[in-house]
Ligand binder design. Structure first.
Ligand SMILES: [Zn+2]
Length: 274
């Protein structure tokens, strides 16, 4: 086993060390076991948040992924400053993750079936959607239309990127319009929702799938429970905004364990293309 540098581990969005604690049940877990279980707690089945790179490695056939649009770089036309200048924030996130922005896109195979894939990266500014994420997802959708391939987008995001203000909100319309063209071209779109899928991502492409699959107990919603309570002053039901609740209410088609995602996606692709 090769020893990874601490920095390498951080890049994957999982705390470093030989042992790790489960966020849900608090159990101390041997990292290797968790890794082999696709970063799912063997005790309580909690699905850890994983980086785009780990997600892609888990989903596609080994060695089949060809990254596309990797050269799209974020800019800071608004010269936005919150606690920190956006330009500096971008730089430190890029150094931390080794990625230019919060999505990785490309072509790959799942159980031998060719697909276009975009995976959002929660390790980069909480997977927030700015111009780069919107642009790369749009290009991935367009490539799926051009190459007549099924499209899979893995959402994992805190929502629109506030540092890009209206430019970030425009990505909702842009990605949705591209998906309308995909629909006109009668190409399949499977939306996979991971914990968390919130804000502007939920309000655009994440909810536009022909099939919407969610990982167990993922937080999926637009505004958080506190914001909703402050607005409508209604006590929210138990399990509100979790995958299983959304499935009961018709917003999610399937709740699928991480270990079954590959076979479930392959099944849906066959069902729609044969
Ligand atoms: Zn656990």
């Amino acid at each position: 086993m090769t020893q990874q540098l601490p920095n390498e581990k951080e890049k994957e969005g999982i705390p470093e060390g030989l042992w790790m604690r489960c966020t849900e049940c608090g159990d101390m877990l041997y990292r290797k076991v968790v890794e082999e279980a696709l970063y799912v707690c063997p005790n309580c089945q909690y699905h850890f948040r994983i980086s785009a790179q780990i997600r892609i490695d888990q989903l596609v056939d080994p060695g089949s992924f060809e990254e596309r649009f990797a050269d799209v770089e974020p800019a800071d036309p608004l010269k936005f400053v919150d606690r920190k200048a956006y330009k500096d924030r971008l730089k430190s996130e890029q150094e931390k993750t080794g990625k230019r922005d919060a999505v990785v896109c490309g072509k790959g195979f799942i159980k031998g079936r060719p697909i276009m894939l975009a995976a959002m990266d929660p390790t980069f500014m909480m997977g927030s959607m700015g111009s780069v994420v919107g642009e790369k997802i749009t290009r991935t959708i367009e490539a799926a239309v051009a190459d007549k391939l099924p499209l899979i987008i893995v959402s994992c995001s805190g929502g629109a990127r506030m540092q890009e203000s209206a430019l970030s909100l425009m990505q909702m319309a842009k990605t949705s319009a591209a998906l309308a063209r995909l629909d006109d071209a009668k190409q399949l779109f499977i939306s996979l929702l991971a914990d968390p899928t919130t804000g502007g991502v939920t309000a655009s492409f994440a909810m536009l799938g022909d099939f919407i699959i969610a990982e167990p107990k993922a937080l999926i919603g637009f505004a958080g429970p506190r914001t909703i309570w402050n607005t409508i002053k209604v006590e929210l039901p138990e399990g509100f905004q979790r995958s299983e609740f959304l499935q009961e209410h018709g917003f999610v088609d399937f709740v699928v364990h991480r270990k079954d995602l590959r076979s479930e996606i392959a099944r849906l692709v066959d069902y729609c293309t044969k």
